[in-house]
Design a protein around this ligand. Structure first.
Ligand code: EPU
Length: 426
């Protein structure tokens, strides 16, 4: 197991290039299963969630070819099974997109209950309701979810909660259903639009992605395609917050500034300067950090996946900030780790009251989950002294080459490999 050691207190300065979007990649890779030919996918991020996704398809029989570091080709035609291997599927949330994909391809799918970050209860009732409304039967047994349908038929599906995962899963399953499917109260995140664009490039007929009504007219066949994944909104936001938090000056390249508006707005309120270019944003801060009120919401609101990072910045802002979590029930666990570094944060249910302190002090901390880990990185970068972050495997699920990217911006960060317990004993 590795850990990061950061000597904090240096402003980040320079340029960073943002990788492809994790949450688009983990939807697009399973969706490639619907193709009748090879799909070439570019701008794939090198992160463990993507590696896992590709390994699952490979284990199921697909041909997965690495063209270069960020381009792969998937030929799903050799897949002969509708059962997703349990050991791999349970490691990651997005394995459940294979329910929609295999249902669309074979009319049946079995996947174990999904894993993923522990953010409180993560029900999938809206996914299952969607499949049922498309005509599928569902069985839950021994931790496995199985769905079956002789023929999927389009329907009008109203989501009771705005769910990214349910919108994606239903869109994938409906791409080849008979007739028209309408998803109402759909999620509008950039990766929903990216998935729709990917499916459309294969010959699907999907309109309205990015609005709350998505219309999918099913087609008989989906062909091969070459498609490039959008930049990662949350990786970009994480570097933007890190730049502002350290009082730095960073040009964040390879982004879609429109996707970053809610983050840019909060950073400006907090005292940073944000300049937008066509495919880059520059974040700079010279003056003090100001308190803010932040409420996370589905897109285009402030993203929940940026909540731990912005709260970390606010932990050293002047005054009292209020951060409300509007998506997940339990996404403030990382504040206990920040408290070890001197932050003053009171959490009451889904609201955190952050009394800014003058500085954080380095301490040994843990990454509780992916974005909590990103928060620990930012905390380590702004803290006085040395911070050691354990459980960095969570960070590696979603950030490509993160220590190298921060190091190039002037951070004093290194990775240390800890001897495994077995090695110590043996
Ligand atoms: N929900 C239900 N029923 C459902 C599905 C969701 O009640 O059937 C509820 C959830 O409990 C939650 C809310 O709806 O309160 C939103 O959940 P959503 O389905 O939108 O989340 P998700 O698809 O499981 C994705 C991202 C998360 C991100 C959320 C919200 C992926 C693989 N994961 O999760 O990303 O926080 O959308 O934007 O796309 C991360 O990248 O760190 C991460 C956790």
């Amino acid at each position: 197991m590795d850990k990061f050691i950061i000597n904090g207190g240096r402003p980040l300065v320079g340029e960073v290039a943002i990788s492809g979007a994790k949450n688009a990649a983990v939807a697009i890779i399973p969706a490639a299963v619907l193709s009748d030919d090879v799909c070439r996918i570019e701008n794939i991020p090198q992160i463990s969630d993507v590696t896992n996704c590709l390994r699952i398809l490979y284990e199921m029989g697909a041909s997965v070819k690495t063209v270069n570091a960020h381009t792969i080709e998937i030929d799903p035609r050799p897949i002969r099974t509708h059962i997703v291997p349990h050991e791999m599927a349970k490691k990651m949330r997005a394995s459940y997109y294979l329910l929609g994909a295999l249902l669309g391809r074979f009319g049946k799918a079995s996947v174990s209950m999904p894993g993923g970050c522990d953010l409180g209860p993560r029900p999938i009732d809206q996914h299952l309701k969607g499949f049922e409304m498309l005509g599928a039967d569902i069985a839950l047994q021994d931790g496995m979810i199985s769905v079956f349908a002789d023929r999927l038929v389009g329907n009008s599906i109203y989501l009771d909660v705005v769910s990214v995962g349910a919108t994606i899963n239903i869109m994938i399953a409906a791409a080849k259903a008979r007739g028209l499917t309408v998803i109402e109260n759909a999620a509008k995140e950039p990766h929903i639009v990216d998935l729709a664009n990917f499916l459309n490039s294969m010959g699907a007929d999907i309109r309205g992605a990015g609005t709350d009504v998505i219309k999918i007219r099913g087609v008989e066949h989906l062909k091969g395609t070459a498609y490039s994944i959008i930049p990662d909104q949350i990786e970009a936001g994480t570097f933007m917050v890190a730049a502002a938090a350290t009082g730095g000056d960073v040009l964040v390249n390879n982004v879609i500034p429109k996707h970053l508006e809610s983050i840019s707005t909060k950073l400006i309120e907090a005292g940073a300067e944000v300049i937008e270019y066509d495919e880059a944003v520059r974040v700079r801060r010279v003056g003090p950090l100001n308190k803010c009120v932040v409420k996370t919401m589905p897109h285009p609101g402030f993203p929940t996946d940026m909540q731990p990072q912005i709260s970390t910045l606010l932990s050293v802002a002047d005054g009292t900030s209020i951060v409300s979590e509007g998506v997940w029930d339990n996404r403030f666990r990382y504040t206990e780790q920040l408290a070890r570094m001197g932050a003053n944060i009171q959490v009451n249910g889904k609201v955190a009251v952050i009394q800014g302190v003058e500085k954080l002090k380095g301490a040994p901390v843990k990454a509780n989950d992916l974005r909590a880990g990103a928060a620990m990185l930012i905390a380590g970068l702004i803290a006085e002294g040395t911070t050691e972050i354990e459980d960095i495997q969570y960070i590696e699920r979603g950030y490509e080459n993160v220590e190298e990217k921060f190091r190039r911006l002037g951070a004093d960060i290194k990775r240390v490999t800890l001897p495994s317990t077995a090695a110590k004993v043996g």
